[in-house]
Design a protein around this ligand. Structure first.
Ligand SMILES: [Zn+2]
Ligand SMILES: [Zn+2]
Ligand SMILES: [Zn+2]
Length: 489
């Protein structure tokens, strides 16, 4: 029977990527009572294979689970209870935290003349057009408020193989001994090198403070605000744990404590703000396991807590003065991390851009340079915009299904998207469902095979993303590729 073969295919697939640790039992004819984790992982695997099944009731999901594991002894009631326990039931009970996100009026912001910020209970802070804007118009350009290089380049930066500021990989000519010395782009204390005079100039002061009070024999006195020894320790810890947010936070906070005007700190604190602990609850209650093929994310709350505690300790050690003044409580630390995670774009923080709210079909196109991450960001009108209309961007990949988008938005930004595209996509799916029910099984298998291939090739099941270009210089940044990685931190 075809359905039997399909079930077998499914089992083989999951054996390969080890979603399911019960294959041995499955092959025997003896009925087994699966562990709750096996059941939950199996439902997640079903959703992952076909996002549309996320709409199914617990009863229907139970039916699919039974079909995949004929020897599992599990009742519909147990499936329902477990889905409820882990907040996976498709109801309104799914955790959102939009109401826990606060924001304040942004101090000292220079806005383009045709834009203004409006605070509302429903949308929080948002950017609005004061007058009509034509499609393609450049709305604004801005530098980073806080520039953060990618953590994955941190090791190369240490070795002098990537720019100490922007993280750009250095060309061979720079690596030849003496070449950068001649160009004056090296650090005279440590092995790090900059890619340009521009990067060196911006970074010079902070580089010294963060990276070598300890082994600079010429330093006459230690800086009280930043302990560079502790920073290097934190940096290595972040590399080891692949913890982007902590790495970024240390750089951001170093910028804040060395900003004599105090404005940067105030601006960061006025941004949409939420505790990482609140975000983690939403992740934990839902799709966290989607990205962890082992299904682990549902079960690591304790581990997460001890990781945060360790990170907090290391963070405090970098900023002894702030610590002494009691400025960073553990709760504040988690808020800083949550704030970073919901506001960063491509690791960095931009002041005006951070005011853009989400729409799955946005009216702006946010673009960063393909030449250098440290270049300015440019925002264009993606279509004609009316006076009074809110400017929007998309936080997620618009090519994802409506279920994937909504899940990512709910977990990462705490809200359920009710935009027109989401409504239209759901309507279309329902139409397709009723018109081509007979083809559905075949399509499922095809889709599943494609995804299996993807997940074996790389560790991502992301679909292809349509690219949009405004000239050749810029690439479009319309969603956060690391979206689920960032929440696990
Ligand atoms: Zn550079
Ligand atoms: Zn140096
Ligand atoms: Zn939407």
């Amino acid at each position: 029977m075809t359905s039997g073969d399909e079930t077998k295919d499914l089992d083989q697939k999951f054996e390969v990527i080890s979603i399911n640790d019960s294959n041995e039992e499955d092959n025997s004819q003896e009925p087994v009572v699966p562990h709750e984790r096996q059941i939950v992982d199996d439902v997640i695997a079903i959703w992952k294979t076909d996002p549309e099944t996320e709409e199914l009731s617990a009863g229907k999901l139970h039916g699919i689970v039974k079909k995949r594991h004929p020897n599992w002894s599990v009742s519909e009631k147990r499936v329902k209870t477990l889905l409820k326990k882990f907040g996976l039931l498709n109801t309104d009970q799914q955790i959102t935290y939009a109401n826990d996100i606060t924001s304040e009026e942004t101090p000292d912001i220079d806005l383009p003349a045709n834009l203004r910020i409006i605070m509302s209970a429903k949308r929080g802070k948002g950017l609005y057009a004061k007058k009509p804007i034509k499609k393609g118009e450049l709305l604004w350009e801005e530098p980073q408020l806080f520039f953060v290089p990618p953590l994955e380049n941190a090791e190369l930066i240490k070795l002098g193989k990537a720019c100490s500021y922007c993280g750009k990989l250095l060309a061979q000519s720079n690596k030849v001994a003496g070449a950068s010395v001649l160009r004056g782009l090296d650090c005279n204390v440590c092995p790090e090198i900059w890619c340009s005079q521009k990067c060196k100039k911006i970074d010079n002061q902070l580089h010294g403070l963060l990276k070598h009070n300890v082994y600079n024999p010429h330093a006459s006195r230690k800086n009280k605000a930043i302990n560079s020894e502790a920073y290097l320790d934190l940096q290595n810890y972040c590399i080891k744990e692949q913890w982007n947010a902590l790495f970024a936070l240390a750089i951001i906070y170093a910028n804040i404590v060395t900003d004599k005007t105090g404005v940067k700190g105030k601006q960061f604190r006025a941004m949409a703000r939420v505790s990482q602990a609140v975000r983690y609850k939403a992740l934990n209650s839902s799709a966290g396991a989607f990205d962890s093929l082992q299904g682990g994310a549902l079960f690591v709350q304790e581990q997460q807590e001890s990781l945060w505690q360790e990170g907090y300790k290391k963070f405090l050690a970098v900023f002894p003065q702030a610590y002494e003044e009691g400025k960073i409580t553990y709760d504040e630390f988690l808020h800083l991390m949550g704030t970073y995670n919901i506001n960063n774009l491509d690791y960095s923080i931009y002041l005006i851009q951070s005011h853009l709210n989400h729409n799955c079909s946005p009216n702006t196109s946010v673009e960063t340079s393909t030449i250098s991450r440290a270049d300015t960001l440019a925002v264009y009108a993606a279509r004609d915009i009316r006076a009074g209309e809110e400017l929007t961007t998309t936080y997620v990949n618009p090519a994802h299904t409506v279920q994937q988008r909504q899940r990512e938005l709910r977990v990462n930004w705490g809200f359920v998207c009710g935009c027109q595209k989401c409504k239209d996509d759901k309507k279309d799916q329902n139409k397709r469902k009723s018109s081509s029910a007979s083809n559905k099984d075949k399509n499922d298998i095809r889709k599943m095979l494609a995804e299996t291939k993807d997940s074996l090739d790389g560790d991502s099941i992301e679909l292809d993303v349509p690219e949009e270009h405004h000239g050749e210089r810029r690439k479009s940044v319309r969603f956060d590729e690391k979206v689920q990685v960032s929440t696990s931190n």
